[in-house]
Design a protein around this ligand. Sequence first.
Ligand code: ZN
Length: 266
Amino acid sequence: MDKPGWWFIFKGHRLLTYDDQGITAVPFLHNGGELQVSPLRTLLIGGINDARCYAAELPETAEAPRNTAFHGLRGLFGVLDENMFAMAMKALGIINWDRNSQFCSRCGTKIESGFDMLGKECSNCGFISFPRISPAVIVLIEKDNMALLARAGRFKENLYSVIAGFVEPGETLEDTVRREVKEETGIDVKDVRYFGSQPWPFPDSLMIGFTARYAGGEIRIDGEEVVDARWFQAGDLPEIPGKISIARSLIDWFIEKNSQKSGAAT
Ligand SMILES: [Zn+2]
């Protein structure tokens, strides 16, 4: 950890950045001791161009050194450049994994930190644990020129988004889409098509985006996880998620598609 590099230093979900004269930047350090912080864990996680990238986690009680501040990672979307933001997402995912895999999950032996990106091997039984990634689907459903958006009980008032849910063992991603939509809204879908994906290290998801079309059924919600679900037209949307999320990319795709249509009609 004594070579120069970019340091992605987290306290919870908050990233330490230099904040100086309106510039927010990930610290580039000649050695890890330079900032005089005491990380709980420090890991080499890769490189950007020729520079190494390190991830470190600070205890909740840590204070930001001079000219630095902690920022919620999601709030740094569009502030840090794309490479830096992607590496910060990776750093947070790796930190989460390292923290949650301190003991062998097969035999319970303490595993010494020492991270080489290939996994952690138990010195007692040889079991190797890899960073955990939990796949989840997220889907925008279209019916004519409308999209189905739902409000989860945990959302703030008037915020609606697309349907999402975790993949279960034995399912294809398309199975998960059909099951989640049916469970959460009561409707059937067809023409499930891949849209794109996004790592979401809160704590370890990979969001896999799809579009689908309405195939039948009436909206029926469970009233717990989902408290409302409706068809919305592109010109009449409620509050939707921020630009960082693939949920927003899906909704923006729908808006774009429908505004082209209405543009062509006039
Ligand atoms: Zn073991």
